[in-house]
Design a binder for this molecule. Structure first.
Ligand SMILES: Cc1ncc(COP(=O)(O)O)c(C=O)c1O
Length: 371
């Protein structure tokens, strides 16, 4: 066995003959963009979440940007959001010249803490942007009490369900999903906005397509727009991936359960929170927090030596150099987020992961933590 084969990778998409056949069909049809697979994918995706509309986009980031525009975020506005997220959720706020106002996270769920959000809302707050981090439902029902527009970053949360039975992304607020290769459903790159409002859908569909008026062909672009379109090739892959989504989600949940069992006895290691109160996680990554007695980067190095990939996930956004320089953020502002970000470690996690691979990762991690 070569060394490369012996490495446990961080992520691996599930793609097969059905995706290949779907791509070939699009290539043979000659309609690679603005074709029939886009509305088909949108309709099936939205129906799965029980919302009236979906708008396919070129990425989750593009979907977030269009969602913020749809709810009326403008230059000078404030948007309250989580500092413990992939940087795109805060960047999308900056695209409109608005300011991300961070609120600290809840130590159990790692999602933005509703009490911290309440303390951060001012008369300048135009919207709230909760992130369903690592696929665990953020407490959107609590945030709804503010009566402010909500944009949900559900890029990591396909398959998650709120305690009241509504799927994450199914409450009618614009909710952005991402389809990068490590996601629950992949189209290589791509995203989807789920929407409750027909007005939002019309605006988003126009703005993703250079601001084109819906009934004026190429003749008129009646607003500023972008090229945030998804291709038909991506939508065709997305349709096949939707067919296999339940199986892929079940496989991720199985791998997570194996990890929980294998790592349960490792002293000081914190595992992802269990589902509580009716909330259901849509498994995306398996992120642990290393004991405070260890340096996370040493643990990564130890795992790498044994052929196990891992990565720090996620760094605190407000402490990234660009955010520090632009907004003057300093360590200590969001203590829970900073503590978690310093210790969080993503382990290999993908639907086809075997018991043997999980066992090997768990044994290696336990050994590295004992040394
Ligand atoms: C929480 C979160 N927000 C936003 C994004 C951006 O999605 P995309 O990479 O499709 O633009 C991601 C994707 O990695 C994400 O994990």
């Amino acid at each position: 066995m070569s060394i490369a084969e012996d490495i446990v990778p961080l992520a691996q998409p599930v793609l097969g003959e059905a995706e290949e056949a779907a791509v070939i069909e699009v290539l043979r049809s000659g309609q690679l963009s603005l074709g029939p697979r886009i509305p088909a994918f949108e309709e099936r995706f939205a129906a799965r979440l029980g919302v009236p509309h979906g708008s396919a986009c070129s990425s989750g980031t593009a979907a977030l940007h269009l969602a913020l525009r749809a709810v009326g975020v403008e230059a000078g506005d404030e948007v309250v959001t989580s500092p413990f997220s992939f940087v795109a959720s805060a960047n999308a706020i900056l695209y409109e010249g608005a300011r991300p106002v961070f609120a600290d996270i809840d130590r159990r769920t790692l999602n933005v803490d509703p009490a911290a959000v309440a303390a951060s809302v001012t008369e300048r707050t135009r919207a709230l942007l909760p992130v369903h981090i690592f696929g665990y439902p953020a407490d959107v029902p609590a945030l709804e009490a503010h009566g402010l527009p909500i944009v949900e970053d559900a890029c990591e949360a396909l398959g998650a369900v709120h305690a009241d039975g509504k799927p994450v992304g199914g409450r009618g607020h614009p909710a952005a999903f991402g389809f990068y290769a490590n996601k629950q459903l992949t189209t290589g790159e791509g995203g989807m906005l789920t929407l409750g409002s027909a007005e939002h859908k019309a605006q988003v569909d126009s703005e993703r397509n250079q601001g084109r008026a819906p009934d004026m062909g190429w003749l008129d672009h009646d607003r500023l727009g972008f090229n945030y379109r998804m291709t038909d090739i991506q939508a065709a892959i997305g349709l096949v991936q939707l067919d296999r989504l339940d199986g892929m989600l079940a496989d991720r949940a199985r791998v997570a359960a194996s990890y929980r069992e294998a790592l349960g006895g490792v002293e000081g290691l914190e595992l992802p929170c269990e589902d509580e109160g009716g909330d259901v996680r849509g498994w995306f990554v398996f992120v642990v927090q290393v004991p405070r007695s260890h340096r996370r980067d040493d643990v990564i190095a130890g795992l790498r030596e044994a052929g196990v990939q891992s990565k720090p996930y996620l760094p605190a956004i407000h402490l990234m150099s660009f955010y520090r320089e632009r907004f003057g953020h300093r360590p200590g502002e969001f203590p829970v987020c900073e503590d978690v970000a310093e210790r969080s470690l993503a382990l290999p996690f993908f639907p086809a992961m075997t018991e043997g691979q999980v066992g090997r990762v768990a044994e290696t991690l336990a050994r590295v933590l004992q040394s």
